[in-house]
Ligand binder design. Structure first.
Ligand code: ADP
Length: 241
C-alpha cells in the first residue's frame, strides 16, 4: 500500500520537531529513515502509525485519507524500540494481544486466534517458545516475537523503530536478511528507523536522510553513496573510505 505524506508538521510546545515535510513511499518499498539522534525519525514514524498526531498536513494510505483515523483503524504493524513485549504474558499471549483487542465485530474467534498465533510462530520459527515469558528469551528471539505480534492483524504496512538497535552485530546481520526476505515474501510496504548507516544502506530500497526535522535527501543506496548530499552521510562515507 502506498504511503503519501503531504506537508506534515509537528511541534512539541515551541519546539518544531518536523518542518513541512512531504514524501511518497511506494507500495512494496522498504524505506529506511536515517539520521542522527533527535532529527525527527521516530516522530515521523509515529505520525505514520497514528500513535502521534501531526499539527498539519495529510496522510494517505493508497486512496484512503487516514489523517484523522485512529491508530487502531490504520491497520499498521508497529515494532517498538526495545520490543516492548508484555512481561507478564507468554510469547503466545503477546502475539495474540493485537487480535484480542480488535473491535468485537471484527475479532476472530478464540480458535481462529490460536491458529493465527501458530502460523505466526511458524513464520518467525519460534514455535517451541510459545509458553515462555519474554525474560526467558534472547534479544534476537524477542525481536522476532515483537515482529510476529506486529503481523498478527495482517497489516499491509510494517513500521519498525530501530528494530535491531539492541542486538549484537552477528544477530543483527542475520535478522536484517531475514526481515528483508519476509518483507519481499509478504509484499509489505515497510518503513524503518535507524541511525546506523550500514543498516539503512543494506536493507532499504530507498533511504530518507533526515536532519533537524527536515528531509535532506531521498535516494537509493547506490545514489546515496554516489552523491551524498547530507553532512551526516558524507562524514560516514569519509570514515569508511
Ligand atoms: P530521532 O528519532 O531522530 O532520534 P525524535 O523523533 O525522537 O528523533 O525526536 C525529534 C525531536 O523532538 C527531539 O529533539 C526530541 O527531543 C523531540 N521530541 C520527541 N518527542 C517529544 C515529546 N513527546 N515531547 C517533547 N519533545 C519531543
Amino acid at each position: 500500500m502506498q504511503i503519501q505524506l503531504d506537508n506534515i508538521t509537528k511541534h512539541f510546545g515551541q519546539f518544531q520537531a518536523l518542518s513541512p515535510l512531504s514524501l511518497t513511499i511506494e507500495k512494496g518499498e522498504m524505506m529506511g529513515l536515517l539520521g542522527p539522534s533527535g532529527s525527527g525519525k521516530t516522530t515521523l514514524l509515529r505520525i505514520i502509525a497514528g500513535l502521534e498526531n501531526s499539527n498539519s498536513g495529510q496522510i494517505h494510505f493508497g486512496e484512503r485519507d487516514v489523517t484523522q483515523v485512529h491508530v487502531r483503524d490504520r491497520r499498521v504493524g508497529f515494532v517498538f524500540q526495545n520490543y516492548a513485549l508484555f512481561k507478564h504474558m507468554t510469547v503466545a499471549e503477546n502475539i495474540a494481544f493485537g487480535l484480542q483487542v480488535m473491535p468485537r465485530r471484527e475479532r476472530p474467534s478464540a480458535a481462529a486466534i490460536t491458529q493465527r498465533v501458530n502460523e505466526l510462530l511458524e513464520v518467525v520459527q519460534l514455535g517451541h517458545l510459545r509458553q515462555r515469558y519474554p525474560e526467558q528469551l534472547s534479544g534476537g528471539q524477542k525481536q522476532r516475537i515483537a515482529l510476529a505480534r506486529a503481523l498478527a492483524t495482517q497489516p499491509e504496512i510494517l513500521l519498525l523503530d530501530e528494530p535491531f538497535g539492541a542486538l549484537d552485530a552477528q544477530v543483527r546481520k542475520e535478522l536484517r536478511q531475514w526481515l528483508r526476505r519476509l518483507h519481499d515474501e509478504m509484499a509489505f510496504t515497510s518503513v524503518f528507523v535507524t541511525h546506523d548507516q550500514d543498516e539503512a544502506l543494506e536493507l532499504s530500497d530507498r533511504v530518507v536522510v533526515m536532519s533537524n526535522g527536515q528531509i535532506e535527501q531521498v535516494d537509493s543506496p547506490v545514489d546515496l553513496y554516489a552523491s551524498p548530499k547530507s553532512r551526516f552521510v558524507f562524514d560516514f562515507l569519509g570514515n569508511v573510505n
